[in-house]
Design a protein around this ligand. Sequence first.
Ligand code: KMH
Ligand code: ZN
Length: 276
Amino acid sequence: MDPLVITVAPVGGELGRDEQPNLPVTPEEIAEEVARCREAGASIVHLHVRDRAGSPTQDRERFGLVMDAIRRAAPDVVIQTSTGGSVGMTEEERAQPLELKPEMATLTTGTVNFGREVFENPLPLVERLFLRMRELGIQPEFEAFDTGMVETARRLVAEHDVEPRHQHFDIVLGVPGGMAGTPQAVLHMVSILPAGATWSATGMGRSHLPVTLTALALGGHVRTGFEDTIHYARGRLAASNEELVARVARIAREIGREIATPDQARAITGITGRDA
Ligand code: KMH
Ligand code: ZN
Protein backbone atom coordinates (compact mmCIF):
# COMPACT_ATOMS: atom_id res chain seq x y z
CA MET A 1 0.00 0.00 0.00
CA ASP A 2 1.30 3.49 -0.81
CA PRO A 3 2.04 5.82 2.08
CA LEU A 4 -1.00 7.93 2.88
CA VAL A 5 -1.24 11.30 1.17
CA ILE A 6 -3.13 13.68 3.44
CA THR A 7 -4.45 16.78 1.72
CA VAL A 8 -5.62 19.62 3.91
CA ALA A 9 -8.24 22.08 2.68
CA PRO A 10 -7.94 24.73 5.40
CA VAL A 11 -9.99 27.64 4.04
CA GLY A 12 -12.60 26.68 1.46
CA GLY A 13 -14.50 28.91 -0.89
CA GLU A 14 -17.77 29.18 0.95
CA LEU A 15 -17.14 29.18 4.71
CA GLY A 16 -17.21 32.15 7.10
CA ARG A 17 -15.95 32.84 10.62
CA ASP A 18 -19.55 32.99 11.74
CA GLU A 19 -19.66 29.21 11.18
CA GLN A 20 -16.05 28.34 12.13
CA PRO A 21 -14.39 31.04 14.28
CA ASN A 22 -10.94 29.47 13.83
CA LEU A 23 -10.97 29.81 10.03
CA PRO A 24 -7.60 31.15 8.83
CA VAL A 25 -8.10 34.18 6.62
CA THR A 26 -5.00 36.38 6.25
CA PRO A 27 -1.94 35.15 4.29
CA GLU A 28 -0.03 34.77 7.57
CA GLU A 29 -2.83 32.88 9.29
CA ILE A 30 -3.22 30.54 6.32
CA ALA A 31 0.54 29.95 6.04
CA GLU A 32 0.95 29.27 9.76
CA GLU A 33 -2.01 26.89 9.73
CA VAL A 34 -0.56 25.06 6.72
CA ALA A 35 2.81 24.74 8.49
CA ARG A 36 1.12 23.19 11.54
CA CYS A 37 -0.83 20.82 9.29
CA ARG A 38 2.37 19.89 7.50
CA GLU A 39 3.93 19.01 10.86
CA ALA A 40 0.86 16.93 11.67
CA GLY A 41 1.15 14.91 8.43
CA ALA A 42 -0.39 16.85 5.54
CA SER A 43 1.66 16.78 2.34
CA ILE A 44 -0.68 18.71 0.01
CA VAL A 45 -2.62 21.91 0.66
CA HIS A 46 -5.80 22.48 -1.34
CA LEU A 47 -5.83 26.25 -1.44
CA HIS A 48 -8.55 28.89 -1.46
CA VAL A 49 -7.72 32.40 -0.32
CA ARG A 50 -9.51 35.44 1.06
CA ASP A 51 -9.30 39.14 0.28
CA ARG A 52 -8.54 41.82 2.88
CA ALA A 53 -12.16 41.81 3.98
CA GLY A 54 -12.07 38.02 4.46
CA SER A 55 -14.24 37.27 1.42
CA PRO A 56 -13.34 34.43 -0.97
CA THR A 57 -11.33 35.57 -3.99
CA GLN A 58 -9.48 33.94 -6.86
CA ASP A 59 -7.40 37.09 -7.38
CA ARG A 60 -4.03 36.16 -8.79
CA GLU A 61 -2.07 38.64 -6.68
CA ARG A 62 -3.73 37.54 -3.49
CA PHE A 63 -3.01 33.90 -4.33
CA GLY A 64 0.60 34.88 -4.99
CA LEU A 65 0.90 36.49 -1.57
CA VAL A 66 -0.54 33.46 0.18
CA MET A 67 1.58 31.01 -1.83
CA ASP A 68 4.74 32.97 -0.98
CA ALA A 69 3.79 32.96 2.70
CA ILE A 70 3.17 29.20 2.58
CA ARG A 71 6.51 28.58 0.88
CA ARG A 72 8.24 30.45 3.70
CA ALA A 73 6.35 28.63 6.45
CA ALA A 74 6.19 25.12 4.93
CA PRO A 75 8.68 25.06 2.07
CA ASP A 76 8.16 21.47 0.95
CA VAL A 77 4.35 21.24 0.97
CA VAL A 78 2.60 20.68 -2.39
CA ILE A 79 0.36 23.64 -3.24
CA GLN A 80 -2.80 22.68 -5.10
CA THR A 81 -4.76 25.77 -6.10
CA SER A 82 -8.52 25.72 -6.56
CA THR A 83 -10.10 26.36 -9.93
CA GLY A 84 -13.54 25.88 -8.40
CA GLY A 85 -13.39 29.09 -6.38
CA SER A 86 -16.79 29.92 -4.92
CA VAL A 87 -20.17 29.12 -6.42
CA GLY A 88 -21.10 31.79 -8.94
CA MET A 89 -17.58 32.96 -9.88
CA THR A 90 -16.81 33.44 -13.57
CA GLU A 91 -14.38 31.26 -15.50
CA GLU A 92 -11.93 34.17 -15.74
CA GLU A 93 -11.94 34.64 -11.98
CA ARG A 94 -11.57 30.95 -11.30
CA ALA A 95 -8.68 30.44 -13.74
CA GLN A 96 -6.39 33.16 -12.36
CA PRO A 97 -4.26 31.11 -9.91
CA LEU A 98 -3.20 28.78 -12.74
CA GLU A 99 -1.00 31.58 -14.09
CA LEU A 100 1.13 31.25 -10.93
CA LYS A 101 2.00 27.71 -12.07
CA PRO A 102 1.22 25.74 -8.93
CA GLU A 103 2.31 22.12 -9.00
CA MET A 104 -1.27 20.93 -8.92
CA ALA A 105 -4.78 22.38 -9.33
CA THR A 106 -8.27 21.04 -8.93
CA LEU A 107 -10.54 20.43 -11.89
CA THR A 108 -14.18 19.58 -11.31
CA THR A 109 -15.36 17.82 -14.45
CA GLY A 110 -19.09 18.47 -14.32
CA THR A 111 -21.93 20.53 -12.93
CA VAL A 112 -23.54 19.67 -9.61
CA ASN A 113 -26.24 21.09 -7.39
CA PHE A 114 -24.49 22.62 -4.38
CA GLY A 115 -26.98 23.14 -1.60
CA ARG A 116 -29.54 25.49 -3.06
CA GLU A 117 -27.05 26.77 -5.64
CA VAL A 118 -25.37 25.26 -8.69
CA PHE A 119 -21.63 24.69 -9.07
CA GLU A 120 -21.42 25.20 -12.82
CA ASN A 121 -18.84 23.34 -14.85
CA PRO A 122 -19.97 23.09 -18.47
CA LEU A 123 -17.71 21.00 -20.67
CA PRO A 124 -16.15 23.91 -22.66
CA LEU A 125 -15.03 25.55 -19.38
CA VAL A 126 -13.65 22.27 -18.05
CA GLU A 127 -11.82 21.67 -21.31
CA ARG A 128 -10.24 25.15 -21.34
CA LEU A 129 -9.04 24.79 -17.73
CA PHE A 130 -7.68 21.32 -18.50
CA LEU A 131 -5.78 22.51 -21.57
CA ARG A 132 -4.31 25.49 -19.70
CA MET A 133 -3.09 23.12 -16.99
CA ARG A 134 -1.48 20.92 -19.60
CA GLU A 135 0.18 23.98 -21.24
CA LEU A 136 1.60 25.11 -17.91
CA GLY A 137 2.66 21.66 -16.70
CA ILE A 138 0.19 21.68 -13.78
CA GLN A 139 -1.04 18.28 -12.63
CA PRO A 140 -4.85 18.28 -12.42
CA GLU A 141 -6.61 16.64 -9.53
CA PHE A 142 -9.94 15.61 -11.04
CA GLU A 143 -12.69 16.40 -8.55
CA ALA A 144 -15.44 13.85 -9.11
CA PHE A 145 -18.73 14.52 -7.32
CA ASP A 146 -20.48 11.76 -9.26
CA THR A 147 -19.89 8.98 -11.76
CA GLY A 148 -20.44 11.22 -14.82
CA MET A 149 -17.51 13.38 -13.76
CA VAL A 150 -15.18 10.36 -13.79
CA GLU A 151 -16.39 9.60 -17.29
CA THR A 152 -15.79 13.19 -18.42
CA ALA A 153 -12.25 13.14 -17.02
CA ARG A 154 -11.62 9.92 -18.90
CA ARG A 155 -12.89 11.50 -22.14
CA LEU A 156 -10.80 14.66 -21.70
CA VAL A 157 -7.65 12.63 -21.28
CA ALA A 158 -8.52 10.34 -24.19
CA GLU A 159 -9.21 13.28 -26.50
CA HIS A 160 -6.33 15.57 -25.59
CA ASP A 161 -3.40 13.63 -24.17
CA VAL A 162 -1.11 12.18 -26.79
CA GLU A 163 1.17 10.48 -24.27
CA PRO A 164 -0.40 8.57 -21.37
CA ARG A 165 -0.19 10.56 -18.14
CA HIS A 166 -0.86 9.64 -14.56
CA GLN A 167 -4.39 10.57 -13.45
CA HIS A 168 -5.25 11.55 -9.90
CA PHE A 169 -8.80 11.93 -8.60
CA ASP A 170 -10.49 13.29 -5.53
CA ILE A 171 -13.85 11.65 -4.88
CA VAL A 172 -16.05 14.32 -3.32
CA LEU A 173 -19.07 12.93 -1.52
CA GLY A 174 -21.78 14.22 0.78
CA VAL A 175 -22.33 17.58 -0.95
CA PRO A 176 -26.07 18.35 -0.70
CA GLY A 177 -27.01 17.80 -4.34
CA GLY A 178 -24.24 15.30 -5.08
CA MET A 179 -23.72 11.66 -4.21
CA ALA A 180 -24.23 10.51 -0.64
CA GLY A 181 -21.13 10.16 1.52
CA THR A 182 -21.41 6.47 2.26
CA PRO A 183 -18.90 3.61 2.17
CA GLN A 184 -20.93 2.10 -0.67
CA ALA A 185 -20.61 5.28 -2.72
CA VAL A 186 -16.83 5.37 -2.18
CA LEU A 187 -16.56 1.74 -3.30
CA HIS A 188 -18.59 2.38 -6.42
CA MET A 189 -16.64 5.48 -7.41
CA VAL A 190 -13.32 3.68 -6.90
CA SER A 191 -14.56 0.78 -9.02
CA ILE A 192 -15.05 3.00 -12.09
CA LEU A 193 -11.77 4.94 -11.97
CA PRO A 194 -9.41 4.47 -14.91
CA ALA A 195 -6.84 1.73 -14.44
CA GLY A 196 -3.73 3.01 -12.69
CA ALA A 197 -5.35 6.18 -11.37
CA THR A 198 -4.69 7.22 -7.78
CA TRP A 199 -7.40 8.76 -5.62
CA SER A 200 -8.27 10.48 -2.43
CA ALA A 201 -11.71 10.86 -0.91
CA THR A 202 -13.40 13.82 0.69
CA GLY A 203 -16.52 13.50 2.80
CA MET A 204 -18.47 16.69 3.42
CA GLY A 205 -20.02 17.45 6.79
CA ARG A 206 -21.55 14.46 8.52
CA SER A 207 -20.14 12.10 5.92
CA HIS A 208 -16.56 13.12 6.72
CA LEU A 209 -15.60 10.26 9.00
CA PRO A 210 -17.39 7.42 7.12
CA VAL A 211 -15.75 8.52 3.87
CA THR A 212 -12.33 9.03 5.49
CA LEU A 213 -12.35 5.65 7.19
CA THR A 214 -13.49 3.89 4.02
CA ALA A 215 -10.69 5.52 2.03
CA LEU A 216 -8.15 4.44 4.63
CA ALA A 217 -9.46 0.89 4.62
CA LEU A 218 -9.28 0.69 0.82
CA GLY A 219 -5.74 2.06 0.61
CA GLY A 220 -6.81 5.38 -0.90
CA HIS A 221 -5.75 8.83 0.19
CA VAL A 222 -7.64 11.36 2.29
CA ARG A 223 -8.59 15.02 2.26
CA THR A 224 -9.64 16.84 5.40
CA GLY A 225 -9.91 20.41 6.68
CA PHE A 226 -12.46 23.12 7.35
CA GLU A 227 -13.56 23.20 3.69
CA ASP A 228 -14.92 19.69 4.23
CA THR A 229 -15.95 19.70 7.89
CA ILE A 230 -16.07 22.40 10.50
CA HIS A 231 -16.69 19.81 13.23
CA TYR A 232 -14.35 17.42 15.00
CA ALA A 233 -17.27 15.45 16.40
CA ARG A 234 -21.01 15.86 16.51
CA GLY A 235 -21.75 19.14 18.29
CA ARG A 236 -18.05 20.05 18.73
CA LEU A 237 -16.33 22.45 16.33
CA ALA A 238 -12.80 21.54 15.31
CA ALA A 239 -10.21 23.66 17.11
CA SER A 240 -8.03 23.85 14.00
CA ASN A 241 -7.27 22.21 10.69
CA GLU A 242 -4.26 20.68 12.40
CA GLU A 243 -6.56 18.82 14.77
CA LEU A 244 -8.36 17.23 11.81
CA VAL A 245 -5.10 16.30 10.05
CA ALA A 246 -3.60 14.87 13.24
CA ARG A 247 -6.60 12.59 13.71
CA VAL A 248 -6.25 11.13 10.20
CA ALA A 249 -2.50 10.62 10.70
CA ARG A 250 -3.07 8.99 14.08
CA ILE A 251 -5.66 6.53 12.74
CA ALA A 252 -3.42 5.69 9.77
CA ARG A 253 -0.40 4.98 11.96
CA GLU A 254 -2.56 2.94 14.28
CA ILE A 255 -3.46 0.64 11.37
CA GLY A 256 0.08 0.43 10.07
CA ARG A 257 -0.11 2.94 7.23
CA GLU A 258 2.84 5.27 6.74
CA ILE A 259 2.26 8.97 6.13
CA ALA A 260 3.57 10.33 2.82
CA THR A 261 6.09 13.15 2.70
CA PRO A 262 5.47 15.87 0.11
CA ASP A 263 7.99 14.26 -2.25
CA GLN A 264 6.23 10.92 -1.88
CA ALA A 265 2.93 12.71 -2.53
CA ARG A 266 4.42 14.16 -5.72
CA ALA A 267 5.51 10.72 -6.90
CA ILE A 268 2.17 9.12 -6.01
CA THR A 269 -0.04 11.75 -7.64
CA GLY A 270 2.02 12.19 -10.80
CA ILE A 271 3.54 15.63 -10.23
CA THR A 272 6.59 15.84 -12.43
CA GLY A 273 8.10 19.27 -11.78
CA ARG A 274 8.39 21.60 -8.80
CA ASP A 275 6.69 25.04 -8.87
CA ALA A 276 8.08 27.81 -11.04
N1 KMH B 1 -16.30 25.96 -3.55
C1 KMH B 1 -16.86 24.93 -4.39
C2 KMH B 1 -18.04 25.43 -5.12
C3 KMH B 1 -12.45 23.38 -5.95
O1 KMH B 1 -11.86 23.97 -5.08
O2 KMH B 1 -11.94 23.12 -7.03
C4 KMH B 1 -15.88 24.43 -5.35
C5 KMH B 1 -14.63 23.88 -4.83
C6 KMH B 1 -13.89 22.98 -5.75
O3 KMH B 1 -14.19 24.17 -3.73
ZN1 ZN C 1 -12.06 23.75 -2.92
